[in-house]
Design a protein around this ligand. Structure first.
Ligand SMILES: *[C@@H]1O[C@H](CO)[C@@H](O)[C@H](O)[C@H]1NC(C)=O
Ligand SMILES: *[C@@H]1O[C@H](CO)[C@@H](O)[C@H](O)[C@H]1NC(C)=O
Ligand SMILES: *[C@@H]1O[C@H](CO)[C@@H](O)[C@H](O)[C@H]1NC(C)=O
Length: 372
């Protein structure tokens, strides 16, 4: 009897404690962490040209070139200091949104998830959400329709609850169900502020020769945008994503004319993929250049730089990447075609340590985003 009472009593006091803690948490987060309370206000209004940066955590953000930035998507740990600073520079700070597509088929689940995101954004004084769902979806499946609905409902909720907020969605480099991700691209673009086209990992599914190729060849990249625009997506609803990283491939054999054959690693139905390579940030590639026997070369077909080196074990590697020269070409297309802006995966791939050479290289990468 006593034990029973004790147990029930324990449970109700535990409940009281939980309620108390929840309230504390709510109240605690009510205080603006910025020096100026003004900085906790969401950013409203928009600048002509969008520059969206993905931040994956750490404190590199302090050295980003904030003159260019309009939005930072927080894919690492939330840092209130970053939020305060971004707001002081007129830049939006947005959440990362990811949820299992099998679950969003249920409208009640969708509503609860959206509410959770809005509340989290409010609690952290954020300005929207970047939805990054890179899951397989079959055309005309329940998930296909639910995904468009999710984007529409998320946008409506954010715009209503956080005036001036921004809701965006990440899509693959072209609309041909890349990596089995078949989405209603036009419906999604209509339903949010803009789509971010991930013009990289363009060799994730290779059906021809299994050889190393550029991560984001110029022609292939542009063809993707032309397809989206032909489908009816307004260019002003599109932000181009460029890679600040490349792929390091181990060559099974390497010819004098730079054909590097690679291991057959299948991916989502394709026999060969860039999954055979290793992703490397731009800063890593720039330091690799020193031990390269070719130096940085240029491929005219892909309009992309590459280099080759021999590993200590005697095996040849070929590294494909983007640099200010290849990015400027793409950025010029953004301007000419009237796209909404540009962005990169990710802001933390550059060397911000401040050495003379590193600083030059890093500045040039930021400059390449806005050629004019
Ligand atoms: C895509 O979504 C839009 C907006 O919801 C809808 O009008 C259209 O019918 C959808 N298209 C397809 C192919 O499902
Ligand atoms: C890129 O595409 C254009 C138009 O199809 C073509 O004329 C050009 O030769 C291509 N460039 C390269 C380098 O493949
Ligand atoms: C940042 O970009 C602006 C505009 O392009 C440029 O004038 C400035 O020198 C850059 N700042 C740094 C620290 O690189």
């Amino acid at each position: 009897m006593e034990r029973l009472l004790g147990s029930a009593g324990g449970r109700s006091s535990l409940l009281a404690l939980l309620v108390f803690l929840t309230l504390q948490l709510r109240l605690g987060s009510g205080a603006c962490p910025c020096r100026e309370p003004e900085l906790c206000k969401p950013i409203s209004g928009s600048r002509d040209f969008e520059v969206l940066v993905f931040d994956i955590g750490g404190s590199n953000w302090k050295y980003y070139n904030w003159t260019h930035i309009t939005t930072v998507a927080i894919f690492g740990k939330y840092d209130p200091e970053l939020m305060c600073y971004a707001h002081s520079r007129g830049a939006r700070v947005v959440l990362k949104g990811d949820v299992a597509v099998t679950k969003i088929v249920d409208p009640a689940f969708r509503a609860a998830w959206i509410n959770q995101q809005v509340e989290l954004a409010k609690r952290q004084y954020m300005d929207g959400i970047n939805i990054d769902i890179e899951q397989e979806v079959a055309k005309s499946s329940p998930e296909y329709y639910a995904l468009t609905a999710l984007v529409k409902e998320t946008t409506d909720a954010f715009h209503k609850e956080i005036p001036g907020s921004q809701v965006t969605f990440d899509i693959a480099w072209c609309p041909d169900c890349v990596d089995k991700r078949c989405y209603n691209y036009t419906g999604i673009a209509e339903s949010c502020d803009f789509v971010f086209v991930m013009s990289y990992d363009e060799q994730s599914q290779v059906w021809s020769d299994c050889i190393a190729r550029a991560n984001a060849p110029f022609n292939q990249t542009i063809a993707g945008y032309e397809q989206y625009i032909r489908m009816g997506i307004d260019p002003y609803k599109i932000v181009m994503g460029v890679p600040w990283y490349g792929y390091d491939y181990t060559c099974l054999s390497l010819t004098k004319d730079h054909i590097c054959s690679i291991a057959k690693v299948p991916f989502r139905g394709a026999p060969c993929s860039d999954a055979a390579g290793r992703q490397v940030p731009y800063k890593g590639i720039m330091s690799q250049e020193k031990s390269s026997f070719t130096g940085i070369l240029w491929n005219d077909e892909y309009e992309a730089p590459f280099l080759e080196y021999k590993a200590p074990n005697g095996i040849f590697h070929q590294v494909w990447f983007d640099d200010p020269r290849s990015i400027s070409l793409k950025a010029a297309y953004v301007t000419e075609r009237g796209l909404r802006g540009i962005g990169m995966w990710n802001g933390d791939c550059l060397d911000y340590s401040g050495g003379y050479v590193a600083q030059e290289q890093t500045e040039a990468m930021w400059e390449a985003l806005t050629p004019d």
